[in-house]
Design a protein. Sequence first.
Length: 146
Amino acid sequence: MAKMSAEVLRTIWKELTHASHFDRVMNGVKIVSAGGGNVVAEMSVTEADTNRGGTLHGGLTSTIVDSVSTVGLMTTGPNLPGVSVDLSVSFLKAAKIGDIISIESETVKVGGSLAFLRVVLKNKQTGDVIALGSHTKFLVSPKNKL
């Protein structure tokens, strides 16, 4: 599989996030740029994205870390999305309805069987870090079987 262009990834992202399965919770996240293992995305926090306290739900934040970093991995070359083996999120500050969130994902390392990914979510208006994510994926291939 060759590297995917940003346009192909945007098309895949749109199909995933507008489907009937769980990924639909990501339909408010828009990819701004993608390539070379990195992704920049944005979202505006809506009421549907919040917990009972009116702030960005931690489960959605974790899903953003998972999904956006996977897209970044897919831009590195002949890597299938793989499967998650570790996902960690540190929540530093709340995001409220109307806040614009900037999401930056970096593919730190792609090895023979594991990929290491990092994600930072920031309030676009203030620059405050909302969450830091770390994601490790097992790369499924003919030599690396589940």
